[in-house]
Design a protein around this ligand. Structure first.
Ligand code: AMP
Length: 284
């Protein structure tokens, strides 16, 4: 496995691979890898000649009061894990090279970026769309792999790739969870023992929604109210949002329809967690 820090070297590597007729699968991450990331890398391994994983804690997607500085970082540990699942190249650029002095160009996916998490993290998805565009231009992947964990991000990236004719196929893979149901996240390392237990309430609320829908309730207001009541039982939980939306455009739904997304963001103490499920009205 190679570690490439230089943007130019990464681009040259990809160019050469393509000239040799090889396909490149790409998994962009912010590092501190867990089984969620590894599931994406494994899939990329199966489907491509070469697997590139980027590790870059992207400063421009964090708000001024967010956790950019304390975000967990451990390159050695990440390299070990990535190697075990067959990564060929770790791309590990420097923020100064990604955003040199005079940097002025941003990618903004309108409307979709202002919904759900966008309401609470202004500028976040602009930072994500910009860095992903840059990474696509540097790594030139055939297929890029994203997790359903960040449902809104995946929808935005798909929209961006279609709108800007970026020649890459986007694949979105299911959420990997801990045994008890908590969605894996690098941010789970912030949680203390008590918070870790309380964090389960996100998954429990999503399951409650699923049960309510199964029992025939289709009014989203009722479902959201019941989810809210469950979460508010935890003293150290603070809800940013619970929303039931249409998958493609993230528009709020009054009534459950096929393939709708139930998404939520909840603070457990000082840690902001997100989770979601896709539900089908007719699923039993
Ligand atoms: P991150 O390092 O958090 O930016 O995540 C990098 C990629 O891994 C994104 O496409 C995430 O959606 C995906 N990912 C993160 N957590 C999970 C998870 N629990 N299951 C599946 N994919 C995940």
């Amino acid at each position: 496995m190679r570690l490439i820090r230089s943007i130019k070297k990464m681009y040259e590597f990809s160019k050469k691979a393509h000239l040799e007729g090889k396909t490149i699968g790409f998994v962009p991450t912010m590092g501190y890898l867990h089984q969620g990331h590894l599931s994406l890398i494994r899939k990329a391994r199966k489907e491509n000649d070469i697997v590139v994983v980027s590790i870059f804690v992207n400063p421009i997607q964090f708000g001024p009061k967010e956790d950019f500085k304390k975000y967990p970082r451990d390159l050695k540990r990440d390299m070990n894990l990535a190697k075990q699942v067959g990564t060929d190249v770790i791309f590990y650029p420097d923020a100064k090279d990604m955003y040199p002095e005079g940097f002025k160009t941003y990618v903004n996916v309108e409307e979709l970026s202002e919904k759900l998490c966008g309401k609470f993290r202004p500028g976040h998805f602009k930072g994500v769309a910009t860095v992903v565009t840059k990474l696509f231009n540097i790594v030139c992947p055939d297929i890029a792999y994203f997790g359903q964990k960040d449902a809104q991000q995946a929808i935005i990236i798909k929209r961006m790739v279609a709108d800007l004719n970026i020649p890459v196929k986007i694949k979105v893979l299911p959420i990997v969870r801990e045994k008890d149901g908590l969605a894996m996240s690098s941010r789970n390392t912030y949680l203390n023992e008590k918070e870790r237990k309380d964090a389960l309430v996100l998954y429990q609320a999503l399951n409650l929604a699923k049960e309510l829908i199964k029992s025939g309730i289709t009014d989203t207001k009722t479902i959201i109210r019941k989810m809210r009541q469950l979460i508010e039982k935890k003293k150290n939980a603070k809800i940013d949002y619970i929303e039931i939306v249409q998958m493609e455009n993230l528009k709020s739904l009054k009534v459950i329809s096929d393939n709708c997304l139930i998404a939520l963001a909840v603070w457990i103490g000082k840690t902001r967690l997100i989770d979601n499920i896709i539900v089908n009205k007719y699923e039993k």
